[in-house]
Design a protein around this ligand. Sequence first.
Ligand code: ADP
Ligand code: MG
Length: 156
Amino acid sequence: MEFTTTCAAETQNLARRLGELASPRTLILLYGDLGAGKTSFVQGLAQGLDVAANVNSPTFTIIREYRGRLPLSHFDLYRLDDPDEVWELGLEEYVAAAGVVAIEWPQIAEELLPPERLGIHIQHLGEDRRRLRLEPRGDRHRKLAEELMSDVNLGS
Ligand code: ADP
Ligand code: MG
């Protein structure tokens, strides 16, 4: 499952639709280099969840929480280099709660996270072009990804 976007707004539209479709315990893992568009994606996701606040990169705070149709927890694990630190964040509790969790740089937490998740790999193709590859695991997240695919292909 892949999309190519040609500007940040297009990535955010896709993410907004995902936010609209998301349900409690939706877990979104965002992979990609610095500047790929992970935070931009979460901004769109937040819109789709009716979050009123501005979403900024939580690089220095590691986690930010937002109120919306469902609560959104936004993590950026870039600055962590020890899985123990991840453990201390109580990441699993956020995932077990009834909100949506989005994690940038999830690699270090891989072992701690439940297998059911939607991985989104963002690749820099050119100036404003990005490839978004969806890797759902588990029935719930697979269904979510399929719904997103079909909605976007229908142009809604
Ligand atoms: P990350 O969180 O992955 O480091 P950011 O979302 O902070 O990345 O930054 C991505 C930058 O790339 C933003 O300035 C955004 O406007 C820009 N950009 C350009 N084209 C795209 C696109 N197609 N999708 C997402 N972001 C894009
Ligand atoms: Mg970021």
